[in-house]
Write a protein that binds this ligand. Structure first.
Ligand code: ADP
Ligand code: ZN
Length: 813
């Protein structure tokens, strides 16, 4: 190839996606020696002072245009002999980066083999028995400091120098020091942390760094030791966290737990059977899916089946059909906790062809599963949202179960909605996509009734079991009768007592964890607030600990009001912890357990609890929305819901939809066995349409009303949204930046796009950062141009640093 580039003998050029949170790829030259580089290869490159590992997203024959003064660097080396990312993944990565304005490097990173390090990590070791030779003083100092294997930057820091690359290179050259690439990632162990008594005391009495406080708070609200990766995820700590320092002080204990358990959950003997005869409705749905798999026509299907109608069986048979054609299957569930059961069902039918993929696997397991998929050994992949990025080839079927769930949305960088990405992936790969739910999202169901998607329906429960009978309890009346402190109304108490006496099982759902909702001062009327967020703190652990559910900070519950010094503080509202306590005292004979984030952080704890419930070791299960999802317990005949309308007061356009979905799902847990089920719902505003339609279990009715509301107020699915949150160190700074962003956007977007704001975000401060919000309302037609305008706006470095762009937000609060 003729090469007219002045700055080097490059044979071609690569756009490399690097693991940095910036919205672009980076150009590098490909030297002759690395001419075999192609898209999908992992490569090492210099990036500032660092050596990063990234992936080639695009190849170019012509030199990229660089800003004046910039120099085109070469790729340093290639990691693999061939492309690790498949062409399907590359195509998807480009889509996600473009549509969600997500950093391409972070998107690729989520697709690469899980063991891929972010940075080229080289550790320097002293050679054991070196030939003695005289050293320069600088070299002697390096040798002295090298008491254990260390990275170049750690060494430099230890010596108080900026860089010691030259000295190190000389030492390596003379054979006194060796370079090694650390292995790792192979172990099937997890590190878990547990708070000590000392740590509990520190949390109450010592002024600690915010991150340390957050970690201790989380550990002290947890009933079990918590895996470090869970803590990092929940608190957004990335790879960091002062765990070692906390352990040194004696505040936490770090333990290593091994897990030898198979990733497959246990099945009841009746489950996993292959030979049930499908109902006519199942048969029709299956045939439609099978036809699409054969013809490869792209036509997404919405499978709307009431709870207990046998959707899973349709997925399994459809998977069978895809495999029979030599094609692969991707099955997504909305939460990691739901993977074991579906995984076990798949494993029972398809054996070793099944791989499970999610972030809570051990590093070794994850790596093994990734490569089994990449090499085509595993043809059925089940997992939570990130599994949509898996290196599956010859895809024939993608199933998104409970497609309406907001948890398909990844709320941290790279932001994307796995349900929507699944649809794009199916289209790219010529696969069929099935969106299953008893309560499809407004988006999907609109597509279905307008004919863009195919609608498949399972209208009845298996075995003609009736849906549960639902009653709404008007809490205004209950309060009049029983007083304002009532938590569980008399009709629900009596129903629970009767069912438990008859040896049946029951569930009580309350979508708020903790002990009490707030701590109010009777003198000034203000609630105890988080110091870093504009959010009232929730009380935990018998109300001894106040916790911010947004940033995780916690503190001992104060004795006096922060604002006015008033002494009379009152607990307001209640959470699952208090309801558990209350039910235990109401039903001392019954075995009561709780399922919420605080009791479920440990690996396998969710499954273990469900197994105990299924085998009737627990009579009454209290919990948050975790209870509502996808379980099949035939002995549950009664479900109670407390504060069913609490979400409706949130300023969020999906509040009604979420309320309806949650109630329908949880009602679906009752009466799946021989005996009819009953559901009692407590609410202060039972006349709200979302509750009325949930009571009638009338999805169509709800859908029509909700669509009218969305149309009137211009919300999805009638329009698309892009939400921009601009953060600053003060409210003034956030507002100034947001105004600049908004005026930029008003000039840049097509005229038809509505730019609303800036306005204070619903949570105007989170974790010490003030937040201002700009909302774009637009149609699909204008979407690409609006994104281009946002991209142009983000060229402003200050705005880039302070703006979070959320395309198709699931929530605006
Ligand atoms: P859904 O996911 O729609 O709520 P499930 O797939 O969990 O429902 O099915 C409910 C129950 O019915 C499960 O125990 C399942 O094994 C059983 N089932 C499904 N299809 C059939 C069938 N055709 N005949 C008998 N039992 C079935
Ligand atoms: Zn906070």
């Amino acid at each position: 190839m003729p090469n007219t580039v002045p700055f080097g003998p490059f044979v071609a050029f690569a756009e490399v996606a690097l693991p940095v949170p910036l919205p672009q790829t980076f150009s590098y030259g490909i030297p002759e020696s690395l001419a075999r580089a192609r898209t999908g290869f992992r490569v090492r490159v210099r990036f500032g002072a660092r050596s990063l590992i990234g992936c080639i997203l695009e190849m170019r024959e012509e030199a990229p245009r660089l800003p004046a003064g910039a120099e085109l660097k070469p790729l340093s080396s290639i990691v693999d002999q061939e492309a690790v990312l498949t062409s399907s993944q590359l195509e998807l990565a480009r889509f996600i980066a473009d549509y969600y304005l997500a950093p391409p490097g972070l998107v690729c990173r989520a697709m690469l083999p899980p063991e891929t390090p972010r940075e080229e990590r080289v550790l320097y070791h002293k050679v054991k028995s070196p030939v003695s030779r005289s050293q320069s003083p600088a070299a002697s100092r390096v040798l002295e400091a090298l008491t254990r294997p260390m990275s170049a930057s750690a060494l430099a820091r230890a010596l108080g120098k900026k860089s010691i690359t030259g000295t190190l290179a000389a030492l390596v050259e003379s054979g006194l020091v060796e370079r090694k690439h650390p292995g790792g990632g192979g172990a099937r162990t997890v590190r878990v942390a547990r708070i000590t008594e000392e740590g509990g005391r520190a949390l109450r009495e010592v002024k600690l760094q915010p991150t340390a406080t957050r970690i201790l708070t989380l550990l002290s609200t947890s009933t079990d030791p918590v895996p470090i990766f869970t803590i990092r995820n929940e608190l957004d700590l990335g790879k960091a966290g002062p765990f070692r320092a906390l352990a040194k002080k004696g505040y936490v204990e770090i333990l290593v737990e091994e897990f030898r358990r198979s990733p497959w959950g246990r099945l009841a003997p009746s489950e996993g059977t292959v030979d049930v005869a499908l109902t006519p409705a199942q048969q029709d749905a299956l045939e439609a899916i099978q036809r699409s798999i054969s013809t490869r026509e792209f036509h997404p299907a919405v499978l709307r089946g009431v709870t207990g109608s046998g959707k899973t069986e349709v997925y399994l048979r459809a998977a069978d059909a895809a495999l029979a054609q030599g094609r692969s299957v991707l099955m997504l569930v909305p939460e990691i906790a739901l993977t074991p059961r579906l995984g076990a069902l798949l494993h029972a039918r398809f054996g070793d062809k099944v791989a499970i993929l999610h972030s809570a696997l051990g590093a070794g397991e994850r790596r093994d599963e990734w490569w089994r998929i990449r090499q085509g050994e595993a043809k059925v992949v089940v997992g939570a949202r990130a599994a949509v990025l898996a290196p599956v080839e010859r895809l024939g079927l993608v199933v998104v179960d409970e497609e309406h769930e907001g948890s398909y949305k990844q709320e941290e960088n790279p932001r994307y909605n796995a349900r929507d990405v699944a649809i794009v992936r199916a289209r790219n790969d010529g696969a069929v996509v099935v969106l299953g739910s008893a309560t499809p999202s407004l988006e999907s169901y609109s597509h279905a009734i307008e004919g863009r998607y195919r609608l498949l329906t399972l209208p009845d429960r298996i075995g003609d079991r009736p849906l549960a009978r639902v009653t709404l309890l008007d809490m205004r009346e209950v309060v009049r009768e029983e007083g304002p402190e009532v938590v569980v109304a008399r009709p629900l108490r009596e129903a629970l007592a009767a069912r438990l006496r008859d040896g049946e099982q029951a569930m009580v759902l309350l979508n708020r964890r903790g002990y009490a909702g707030q701590l109010l001062c009777r003198k000034c009327g203000l609630a105890l607030q988080c110091s870093e967020c504009s959010v009232a703190m929730t009380l935990h652990r018998n109300a001894t600990l106040a916790v911010c559910h947004y940033c995780g900070l916690g503190r001992a519950t104060p004795e006096r009001c922060d604002t006015c010094g008033g002494e009379y503080l009152r607990l307001v509202g209640y959470g699952t912890e208090r309801v558990e306590e209350l039910l235990k005292s109401l039903f001392p004979e019954s075995r009561v357990a709780r399922m919420d984030r605080d009791t479920m952080r440990r690996k396998g704890s969710h499954e273990a609890l469900l197994t105990r419930f299924a085998s009737r070791e627990i009579d009454l299960l209290v919990g948050t929305q975790m209870l509502a999802k996808g379980h099949d317990f035939p002995a549950v005949t009664l479900v109670g819901v407390l504060a069913a309308d609490s979400a409706l007061s949130m300023p969020d356009f999906r509040a009604a939809e979420r309320t309806f979905q949650l109630l329908t799902q949880v009602a679906g847990r009752a009466g799946r066995g021989e005996r009819e089920g009953e559901v009692l719902i407590q609410a202060f505003a039972p006349e709200h349409y979302s509750l009325q339609f949930a009571r009638a279990q009338d999805f169509e009715g709800f859908f029509e009303s909700e669509r009218k509301f969305r149309r009137a107020l211009h919300y999805p699915p009638v329009v698309s949204l892009v939400n921009l949150v601009v953060e600053g160190g003060s409210m003034a700074e956030a507002s100034t930046l947001a105004r600049r962003a908004a005026s930029f956007l008003r000039k840049g977007v097509p005229e038809e796009v509505k730019v609303l704001g800036p306005a204070f975000a619903v949570r105007s401060k989170i974790a010490g950062r003030y937040r201002s919000q700009i909302l774009l309302k637009l149609s699909r037609r204008e979407h690409a141009r609006a994104r281009a305008a946002i991209r142009a706006m983000l060229k402003d470095e200050e705005l880039l640093r302070s703006t979070v762009v959320d395309v198709d937000p699931v929530t605006l609060s």
